[in-house]
Design a protein around this ligand. Structure first.
Ligand SMILES: NC(=O)c1ccc[n+]([C@@H]2O[C@H](COP(=O)([O-])OP(=O)(O)OC[C@H]3O[C@@H](n4cnc5c(N)ncnc54)[C@H](OP(=O)(O)O)[C@@H]3O)[C@@H](O)[C@H]2O)c1
Length: 303
């Protein structure tokens, strides 16, 4: 028994150590002198460097726009995407750098085509792609209109895949992709089922994309926040279904989520959990079986 416990401890120790060594190796690789990446870079002359931010008319997307505007010197122009033009304009008014507002519904294929055309028209380098637009819905799966369920998949998954495809040819060594997932990605969540499933997809997609783009030194980061109380998200998510989740204990603030996740993203971390609750959730979801986690969630949602 003693030997078995020691062996198990050894295996855990070695895997954690291997994870750390590999992560440090990746972070060093990103910082090796410019020009060591596989991708030669495209185009000649000066390229306008843009940050393309979806969901930029409110909440976390707006906070990212403000921080990138002030703290990322290499960006020449910020492109803001969302459906409500007035909200994008409000964000634009807060920024110092030149801004372009694209009022588009990302669940529509023609919106993706329109972004593709805009990027293709100019000499552009997409230095920052922030996929932040997202939507959730609480409720029993059988009670939610299927159109709403599919819309979540289209926005939280398909639009991110499509935008990545649009932007990647215009990205180079040192550029960033930041995909806003959620701590909902860490386990199955009944009564938030489709939303949590879309974020689980996005987390896996982001991690694999990061690995594929390592040779190109394009840094890809998944951000997995816990509930954020000062955005429109919770209100919209529980619309018509206020009884499903009774409270949001220890919910975080958008400014700290944006700040921590941008630091992690610029460092080149694969996953950022910007807060204590989501970090604990990430650790425990790797140790506790899903069936147990689901009963814990059942308790939390009834608090
Ligand atoms: N708040 C939380 O508790 C929480 C926790 C974990 C993860 N997240 C994630 O954080 C991200 C940002 O959410 P938030 O908290 O900042 O909430 P939010 O204020 O509701 O932001 C969502 C943004 O997405 C945009 N959007 C929605 N549908 C769209 C569509 N079809 N096409 C284009 N844009 C669309 C919205 O703008 P328009 O309505 O103008 O289109 C809005 O600006 C989401 O991906 C969410 O899943 C949030």
């Amino acid at each position: 028994m003693n030997v078995l416990v020691r062996c198990l401890g050894m295996i855990v120790f070695i895997t954690v150590l291997a994870g750390l060594v590999l992560l440090i190796g990746e972070l060093i690789w990103y910082r090796l002198p410019a020009g060591t990446a596989r991708r030669p870079g495209y185009g000649a002359g000066h390229l306008k460097r843009i940050a393309l931010i979806t969901g930029a008319g409110s909440g976390l997307g707006r906070a990212y726009a403000r921080r990138i505007d002030r703290r990322v010197a290499k960006i020449d122009e910020i492109w803001l995407v969302g459906r409500r033009e007035d909200r994008l304009q409000e964000t634009a008014d807060l920024l110092r750098k030149p801004v372009r507002c694209l009022a588009l519904d990302l669940t529509k294929p023609e919106s993706i085509t329109s972004i593709r055309n805009e990027i293709h028209k100019e000499k552009i380098r997409v230095s920052f792609l922030v996929n932040c637009a997202g939507a959730g819905r609480t409720g029993l799966t059988k009670a939610l209109p299927v159109r709403e369920q599919i819309r979540m998949i289209e926005l939280n998954c398909s639009a991110v895949v499509a935008l990545t495809d649009v932007c990647l040819p215009y990205m180079q060594e040192g550029d960033h992709i930041l995909n806003v997932c959620s701590s909902a990605a860490f386990q199955p969540l009944q009564r938030l089922n489709v939303y949590a499933s879309t974020k689980a997809f996005l987390l896996r997609y982001t991690r694999a994309l990061r690995h594929e783009l390592l040779p190109d030194k394009i840094m890809v980061t998944a951000v997995c926040p816990y509930w954020i109380k000062d955005t429109e998200f919770i209100k919209k998510t529980e619309e018509n279904n206020k009884e499903e989740i009774h409270s949001y204990p220890l919910a975080s603030m958008v400014s700290s989520v944006a700040a921590l996740s941008l630091v992690g993203c610029r460092l080149g971390l694969p996953v950022v959990t910007p807060g204590i609750v989501c970090t604990a959730h990430r650790i425990f979801s790797g140790l506790i079986p899903d069936v147990v986690l689901q009963y814990i969630w059942e308790g939390i949602r009834r608090l």
